[in-house]
Design a protein around this ligand. Structure first.
Ligand code: PLP
Length: 445
């Protein structure tokens, strides 16, 4: 196939609908091929991928070891019905039980993160006999009915009314707290308010608390260790399952295999996708503790998907996880992440439009402000249209200079593949540095 760029865009626009966008006037980037930390558009322009596409191509682009694993599985068995046992499904299940923390043991495979969260809630409700779920506002858990309801950000609004039984607890987002507290006091206050919500809703009604261990698109919010230790204690005290959504922050992204390892806690249920196959093929997983798994020994698990445990996706996941382990990408992300943190702190010190930088491994964000003292954001919450004028200049500058990343409201992300070298990071950060000169012009006294 060798269609022109114009034709490719035209076909995409005429015959497909683009996610989370007004369709008219939308200009998709025509992506052609990719290798390592780079991809190229259909006109041959090269981009450094500072967002691993959707924070998901953790091992980098074009790794032929995945291709080989996928082809080998395809040649042997492409698909078996989900009631069947396959080698790939069993081997992946065992591997995940080994690398996940605590006593997480049994996997229920899905097609992506939304369905993983959807099934996490179903399982938590079945195994607890309770129905309420506590979630946060600054969160994204997926685009299907329940996962949309769990989601706190404005993407939820068009799907409302949300499914019944979802209540909100506070976000541990210290930078934008209005309370005059130290970080430790603020985290304790979040826990106190969470305990209040549990009491108001009735502990005997609350099945689970769900949260992204480190919040992704809603701002790389990184709580303290004490926060998570306290949260785990609250869950244990009231007999509530803790569901950690590691769809974005799992598989080495934060410099640990799973983000909850930073906090010394383990959830009762963990959801994952993205880095599970490094997005080479679609696959999600809802892994449950040994106890929850046992609950279904003599109870029917009312959940199922035609493509559950798809053999080819499982083969891709085994290969992707082994690459992360064999190439020591978790350790590499921790080391490169420390360098990135230092560079981002430097940029913050030099640019008055940077209000905050938050980083954990290669999971990082720049939060831009008009004024560092008042913290007035460079674009308001849920900004669109004219409110995005300044941030759109940043977006355009990145595009013109061959850097791809997500610019959202007053934030932009730096989440490259875990394979990135310091030299490649410097190449992208040089573009970031120049983009910040643009936003510095909009800082008010
Ligand atoms: C934290 C988190 N959970 C769930 C999802 C939904 O995953 P998917 O798009 O694979 O359904 C996403 C997607 O970005 C996510 O970031």
């Amino acid at each position: 196939m060798s269609l022109s760029t114009e034709k490719i865009i035209q076909l995409n626009k005429d015959y497909t609908l683009f996610e989370w966008n007004m369709q008219g006037g939308y200009a998709p980037l025509p992506v052609d091929h990719a290798k390592g930390v780079y991809f190229w558009d259909t006109d041959g322009k090269r981009f450094i991928d500072f967002n691993s596409q959707l924070m998901s191509v953790n091992i980098g682009h074009g790794d032929q070891r995945i291709t080989q694993a996928v082809v080998a599985q395809m040649e042997k068995l492409a698909y078996a019905n989900p009631y069947a046992a396959t080698e790939a499904r069993g081997v992946l299940g065992e591997l995940l039980a080994k690398i996940t923390p605590g006593n997480l043991k049994k996997s229920f495979f899905t097609l992506g993160g939304s369905e993983a969260n959807e099934n996490a809630v179903k399982i938590a409700r079945m195994a607890s006999g309770k129905h309420k779920i506590l979630a946060r506002y600054r969160s994204y858990h997926g685009g299907t009915a329940m996962s949309m309801g769990l989601t706190g950000d404005p993407r939820r609004w068009a799907s409302e009314p949300q499914p019944p039984g979802i209540m909100r607890i506070p976000d541990p987002y210290y930078y934008r707290s209005r309370l005059k507290l130290t970080e430790a006091e603020f985290m304790q206050e979040c826990l106190n308010q969470t305990e209040d919500v549990i009491k108001f809703e009735g502990p005997n009604n609350v099945a689970a608390i769900i949260m992204e261990t480190v919040t992704g698109t809603n701002g790389i919010i990184i709580p303290t260790k004490e926060y998570y230790q306290g949260l785990r204690m609250l869950c244990d005290k009231y007999g509530i399952f803790l569901i950690l959504d590691e769809v974005m922050c799992g598989f080495g992204r934060t410099g640990k295999m799973f983000a909850c390892e930073h906090y010394g806690i383990a959830p009762d249920i963990m959801t994952m996708a993205k880095g599970l196959t490094s997005s080479y093929l679609p696959l999600g997983d809802c892994i449950v503790s040994e106890e929850i798994g046992k609950y279904f020994d003599n109870k029917v698990l009312y959940a199922g998907l035609t493509y559950g445990g798809h053999a080819v996706s499982c083969a891709a996941a085994i290969a992707a996880i082994n690459i992360i382990i064999d190439d020591k990408l978790v350790e590499k992300a921790a080391a490169t992440g420390a360098y990135l943190a230092q560079r981002e702190d430097e940029l913050k010190a030099r640019h008055p439009s940077v209000g905050d930088v938050r980083h954990i491994g290669l999971f990082t964000i720049f939060e831009l402000v008009k004024n560092q003292t008042t913290k007035e954001p460079m674009a308001p919450y849920n900004a669109g249209g004219k409110d995005m004028e300044v941030m759109n200049l940043v977006k355009k500058f990145f595009h013109d200079n061959g850097l791809f990343t997500f610019v959202r409201w007053n934030n932009f992300f730096v989440n490259p593949p875990l394979t990135i070298t310091r030299e490649e990071l410097d190449e992208g950060l040089e573009i970031v540095d120049r983009a910040l000169e643009i936003t510095d012009e909009f800082v008010t006294a």
